[in-house]
Design a protein around this ligand. Structure first.
Ligand code: ASP
Length: 376
């Protein structure tokens, strides 16, 4: 069987196109059928990615591969000093140093590249791509990632803007008793010895320019951009890039640069990515699960909801629950399938995602498990 034929049969079955008998179609018809089943270009991103999906779609229309396009899209946000959750201007770790995480995944070749805890380089998504292209590895971290980036011509620069430094300084001055370290717990029972101790609320974070400007409490700073796209050839790729959890323990790596957790693509099925509490994704491998749920025939939205449910079901530590037993954090998922259908879901209500469906850009409300509790 030719690889085209194999691909068509796989596509046809994943798209529910009915049973095909191998050998029954001439090459020409197989090719035509692939063209018919392949979706038109589509790009999705987290809500901070309206500009990113617009740029990515422009590039796809002018012939770019989906990976090139989605990286160019998120570069806009990495370069934006006003976005305190990604790249230049991102909020720093507890020592006041910006550390970035990013990963890319290329559907047609099923390759990935990633960097974590990378300092001083504004576009970690570009470095992640070079890791994919120019090494036999997938993930480089810290000092090694920086040396690799410099060897490939990336320029070092100070990523801490005055605005981000002042936000961090206010945190140091007012909230630095709430860090991410935990006292010991009973290693046999898993019981938390600390009674009512709870993770600081700032872990349940959400992008809000007012927060960044210091107009509302620091307790909910969040970010990250995920972007997935299908190009004119029906190929799927994705990227996730972030400055991670604000005021994190230096060296902390979230879900964003971890393939399977913060993003995943299977070119025959679809792509998924996430924003929100990375630790919850790292212990649930959510993005690969979403792709697998779609392979089973679930819609992108249902697959994202199932990933949220999986996190809730596994969320056993008291410090990570609210008074009603629900998570005291949020995670959001974004997915598209090979047909170009898209969907997203969060644990809590109120989220939207950016969609360019080939005709227009819009922010689409996402599904959710629970209504977000109103502030008291
Ligand atoms: N998922 C990212 C991380 O945990 C942060 C976020 O999306 O808010 O590093």
């Amino acid at each position: 069987m030719t690889s085209n034929r194999r691909m068509f049969l796989r596509q046809a079955s994943s798209l529910g196109a009915g049973v095909l008998i191998a050998g029954s179609l001439p090459q020409r018809e197989i090719h035509a059928a692939i063209q018919r089943t392949a979706a038109g270009p589509v790009v999705i991103a987290s809500a901070n990615g309206v500009g990113a999906v617009t740029r990515a779609m422009e590039m796809i229309r002018s012939g770019s591969d989906a990976l090139e396009a989605v990286i160019a899209g998120v570069n806009l946000v990495e370069d934006d000093p006003k976005d305190h959750s990604v790249g230049y201007g991102g909020l720093p770790n507890e020592d006041g140093v910006v550390e970035l995480d990013s990963a890319v995944m290329h559907g047609p070749t099923h390759r990935g590249g990633a960097v974590a805890a990378l300092r001083n380089i504004k576009n970690p998504s570009k470095v992640a791509r070079v890791v994919m292209e120019r090494t036999d590895h997938v993930l480089l971290v810290g000092e090694g990632a920086l040396r690799f980036a410099k060897a490939h011509g990336f320029k070092e620069e100070d990523l801490l803007t005055d605005e981000a430094r002042e936000i961090w300084l206010r945190w140091k001055e007012t909230m630095s008793t709430q860090d991410d370290r935990l006292p010991p717990h009973n290693e046999h029972t898993g019981a938390e010895e600390v009674g009512e101790f709870r993770v600081p609320e700032r872990r349940a974070r959400e992008v809000n320019p007012q927060q960044a400007a210091g107009l509302v409490p620091f307790s909910r700073l969040t970010g990250t951009i995920h972007c997935s796209g299908i190009d004119a050839n029906g190929n799927i790729s994705c990227v996730t890039t972030t400055s991670g959890l604000a005021y994190k323990v230096p060296g902390r790596v979230g879900d964003s640069p971890i393939l399977g957790a913060g993003l995943f693509v299977d070119n025959d099925v679809g792509a998924a990515g996430s924003t929100g509490r990375g630790e919850a994704n790292l212990v649930n491998c959510s993005s690969v699960m979403i792709v697998e749920y779609m392979r089973q025939g679930k819609s992108p939205e249902q697959a994202c909801l199932d990933a949220c449910t999986r996190i809730v079901d596994h969320n056993r530590m008291r410090r990570l629950k609210d008074a009603d037993g629900r998570p005291n954090f949020d995670v959001k998922f974004y997915a598209l399938n090979k047909r170009g259908e898209t969907g997203a879901a969060g644990i809590f209500s109120g989220g939207t995602y950016a969609l360019h469906d080939g005709k227009e850009v819009k922010l689409v409300p996402m599904a959710y498990l629970y209504k977000r509790p109103t502030a008291k």
